[in-house]
Design a protein. Sequence first.
Lengths: 284, 468
Amino acid sequence: MEKYTIVNKRNISDTICEFEIYQPLIASKAKAGQFIILRGEELGERIPVTLVDWDAKKGTIKAIIQAIGKSTLMFNNLKQGDRFLTVAGPLGTALEIKKYGTVAVVGGGVGIAEILPIAKAFKEAGNRIVSILGARTKDLLILEEEMKAVSDVTVVATDDGSYGQKGLVTDALKTLHDAGEKIDAGFIIGPIPMMKFTAKLMKELGIKPFASLNPIMLDGTGMCGCCRVIVDGETKFACVDGPMFEASNIDFDNLMKRTSEYKPEEKQSLELYERDHKCKIGLH
Amino acid sequence: MPNPSLPRQTGTRQSPQERVKNFNEVAQGLDKEHALEEASRCLNCKNPRCQAACPVNVQIPSFIQLLLKDDVKGAVSKIMETSLLPAVCGRVCPQEKYCEGACVLREKFGSVAVGLLERYTADAARKQGLVTPPTPAKATGFKVACVGSGPSSLACAAELKRRGHDVTVYEALHDFGGVLRYGIPSFRLPREIISEEVKTVKAMGVKFEQDVLIGAVISIEELLKDFDAVYIGSGAGLPTMAGVPGENAVGVYSANEFLTRINLVKAYEFPKADTPVKLGKRVIVLGGGNSAMDAARCARRLNPESVTVVYRRSRAEMPAREEEVENAMEEGVKFEFLTIQKEILTNEQGHVIGLKCLKAELGEPDAKGRRRPVPVEGSDFVIEADSIIVAIGQKPNPIIPKNTPGLKMTDRGTLELEADGQSSIKGVFGGGDITRGGATVLLAMKDGLEAAAKISQYLSDKEPKGGK
């Protein structure tokens, strides 16, 4: 089979797809916490995507993509048998997997997909796993069963209370803590504000926080410096120094501002794409 | 008979007004008539100083004589005996420092325009389908990996292949050419030219692997299990940031990021290309080297109100090629010399609004002989800006050094080599910007060619790992 071929695709929700891609090099090298760069066409963007699973024997890797802009929407319109033009990686620093005792894994939205391999790795290393899954509403909650399978405790929080506890992941964490759950380290993946406030709360509760940062990236190999983030007052490149960082002292506000820089262009690109790809015979 | 007193050809160029509206090549080169006229100026010296000055020993008078006989095929083959990237060299080599600087006609009539002739030869040969990749020597059975696909690695790979070795080039990005691809803009070096030169090297039988970051994905140690030798040509891909407060503000780019957006993923064609690039109305480019000129000229083509280069020394000390400074000036780029950045100023949204600077005076020369800028106390002033591109230098790519135990580096972060071309690890060689820390395309190519000879020498008393 030609490398970069999509061997399997599954819809997790309306906007989230899981891809299984043939890329033996990455499949044989991947470690939890690393990512890949995908590119779909000649003038396409290089999009960083977290590795969620890999199988060295089959030579395949899995990535979960949420369609939020033109590139991710185009990816999700690819079918089984189609090929990506670039599947580069594994990139970034692998997470140090060790025994902390009790590890909290906190995933928000599509971040749940990205926290899953981390939960698995810490479970295998003998940790007790406390999962906190956040979603805006019940329909947007993904991979609950898979998370439950690797967790000792699983708590779901939805913003609107349509499922699990009503409230944010921070509320759920606080409740667990108040109920006497002793957590040693926490790994957080999700929207920036969620990571910011969860890291802050963990620090207050004496839990060592780690967060996986998602700045804009370009080459993903440490060459352009586009993905720089401020950790403990120092400039770091998320693509090689991270993407997971110890999160007691991350400048999340700077990250938020820098990731917003291209929002208007992303919107423009998506609108043009949707306009050009409207069904011509009026079925949509 | 040679006719040195004919006027030196300069080739045609897009006018500044025209060229700031596009990313097409500025210099258009020579047509046949003018190329032959220029070739007729060459004295065909017995001891050609031009050739001695060439970092890659192009047989300059010989190829010019062949060109004069209208033997384009012979001329291009002559160049390619020592340099496999003639269309690139004809464009980006600072010939005034090398061949043209050494030409005997320089003082009296003006040097022979060797660069333009090399370019004409390469382009004409390509258009007429006359480029014949050199035939490799009999296969030696040795396998060599070249890390990176920039000028040093490409030159090394081609030369190794010519010597009969089995060569694989590994590139981290999705397209080949290294700094030629992501760093040098298309108005100086069209993308097709890079692709064509890579094609020539491929046609010789060199294998190319894209999307593989050696050092991170495959270690040097692992490469040495499969390959008899490794050449590290991973370049100077680590950007130096501004080093002042505000360096991470929204609207601050490294030159690498800005140029990669433009050159590698064609952001200037957004939304046709998917990757955008955004500049505010007033753009500052920090730095005085070729990257700064490239960034300033790219910025100019995105049509902001102003582009200002801020450089801490004076024009005379600028490391950029004189020609590039002139090009930038013609295109309306402004210059603030003797100006040192102090702080990047931001608004509440964290976006750049200006650059706080200090005026400087030139003091004592530094180790390189360039006069040091000395800040003038109390001379603080602010240049208003919406975007800042930081082009104050690149450092050697740290990925391989960081992940290769036992690989000796200098204090400057460059790869340390022994006299035989080897690094501290047996069978591992290197060259180009990873050893120089940021030099020119030509010096990188020279390193690659020399390393190929040294690698062959190293292999000469060994048995191939994979058997003969």
